[in-house]
Design a protein around this ligand. Structure first.
Ligand code: TYM
Length: 329
């Protein structure tokens, strides 16, 4: 049976990017694979969150992911910091990770640009910790969005390097996964870039219907095409991209044909898109509040998850230590 691992940083509410980029694919695999899903609280420490906020965000992320379809019966769900083995593996792998390659990581360069006042070593080593999350369970597949592609490449590089240096075939080549299709990038509705927490352009799974309608109706558009089959400006392409992900294929084809023969009415398209988003989000939102209020259930889920995750992690660490020469007398 294949092993599947994925995770999310607990930095706020879940948005459509998280859901369609990663979670939905993960959920589809839950019954056919050995699945691990964790809340990456170590990773979110790079931004120095207020401790109470961090705790609330972990709980929130857990409740939202359960509401969105994670099944504790089939998936091992845990909090990253409940598995300190990950931190040990990260330390060991960092001995073979070069500062130059870490400095060249796109996400690190972006952080330097956006937050020049907080370039900590945790940020630099972020890809090593992420590789450890994946390799601690020796994952075959990692359902993630497009923005994580480079981190997965680095994970494979660290795994191959370890195997080569120690002359073993221990770590697998963990592959990003989206059922044979390209990894998804859910764009924002503000005209450019991806939908993201720090971009402030998210449609959240906890958003009420009216808020979703308002956010979609405010999406940036243009005057409309003036000739048939005109290339789309980025904001328009983004609306179509979201429609392609969320709506029925016939709906998408209908509006694309309208665009291509210059009959598009963006107002109508946005109304349709808002309703299609609501159809996905509303049932999830209804479950979020109930799950969040049930502390006993949440505690049971993560305690059972941590115990199962530990069994897998302990085995990996026993092997890795031995391979590297850390052995009992
Ligand atoms: P994070 O917390 O930023 O996002 C969680 C997941 O959501 C996906 N995602 C998107 N997909 C498509 N379009 C978008 N606009 C969009 N925004 C977010 C992300 O690709 C991700 O799959 N480093 C990771 C967390 C992590 C992890 C791991 C993931 C730590 N260790 C090991 C997988 C395996 C992150 O920051 O994701």
């Amino acid at each position: 049976m294949k092993t599947v691992v994925s995770g999310i940083r607990p930095t706020g509410q879940l948005h459509l990017g998280n859901y369609f980029g990663a979670l939905k694919n993960f959920v589809k695999m839950q019954n056919d694979a050995n699945c691990y899903f964790f809340i990456a609280d170590y990773h979110s420490l790079t931004t120095h969150p207020d401790p109470q906020n961090l705790h609330d965000n972990v709980k929130n992320a857990l409740a939202e992911y359960l509401a969105a379809g994670l099944d504790p019966q089939t998936t091992t769900i845990y909090i990253q910091s409940d598995l300190p083995q990950t931190a040990e593996l990260s330390l060991l792998l960092s001995m073979h990770a070069y500062v130059g390659e870490l400095e060249r990581t796109a996400s690190f360069k972006e952080k330097i640009r956006k937050h020049p006042d907080n370039i900590n070593a945790g940020l630099l080593c972020y890809p090593v910790l992420m590789a450890s999350d994946i390799l601690i369970h020796r994952a075959d597949f990692v359902p993630v969005g497009k923005d994580q592609e480079q981190h997965l490449e680095m994970t494979r590089k660290f795994a191959r390097r370890f195997n080569t240096i120690y002359g073993v075939e221990y770590f697998p080549e963990s592959m990003p996964y989206n059922f044979g299709q390209d990894l998804t990038k859910v764009p924002g509705l503000d005209g450019s870039g991806k939908m993201g927490k720090s971009e402030g352009n998210g449609i959240y799974l906890a958003d009420p219907d009216e808020v979703i309608r308002k956010k979609v109706m405010r999406a940036v558009t243009d005057q409309g095409p003036t000739e048939p089959n005109q290339p789309m400006a980025e904001p328009i392409a983004n609306i179509f991209a979201i429609m392609k992900i969320v709506s029925h294929p016939e709906t998408y084809d209908f509006y694309l044909a309208k665009y291509n023969n210059c009959e598009i009415r963006y107002g109508d398209m946005k109304k349709q898109l808002a309703e299609d988003i609501i159809a996905v989000v509303a049932p999830i939102r209804e479950r979020i509040a109930d799950i969040k209020a049930n502390d006993v259930y949440l505690r049971e889920v993560v305690e059972a998850g941590a115990a199962k995750a530990r069994a897998s992690a302990d085995e990996t660490m026993r092997n890795v230590r031995e391979i590297m020469g850390i052995k009992p007398f």
